[in-house]
Design a protein around this ligand. Sequence first.
Ligand SMILES: [Zn+2]
Length: 149
Amino acid sequence: MTKREWLAAQGLAKAGARGKFSTEANAALKAEQARCEAANIPPPWTEVVKPEPKRKKRNSGKVTAFEKSQGIEQTDAPVRKQPVEIVSVPKRREETHAYVIDQHNFVVAIMYCGGCNKSISRCTHDMPIAPDYLGGKNSPVSFEKPVVV
Ligand SMILES: [Zn+2]
């Protein structure tokens, strides 16, 4: 008998329902528990212990001793990918941005070279190239902010 079944027999809970017990139901449980302890008898209900959820074993990709004993030399476990090595492009200049004059005669600061897609300081060109939307190779680029008259 579960606590709920016992309570249902007392008219304090619905059998088969779920959720918390009412204050009265909890008080009745406590009283019955105390009564049984005083009388040195087990309570009329048995605790239902939920089994621990089984943890999924992490597959390391290594052949286990058991697998070896079974003649398995390789495991089909996914091998963990090696981290991608990030190669840093060395700095070529101190400037971090350059200027281009756009078709409307506005000065536009660019932070990336349109030719090599690297930041201005790491651009591999002798002079950074303006991005296509600013005219590309045809637009002059300067490190000094041009004065538009
Ligand atoms: Zn470049």
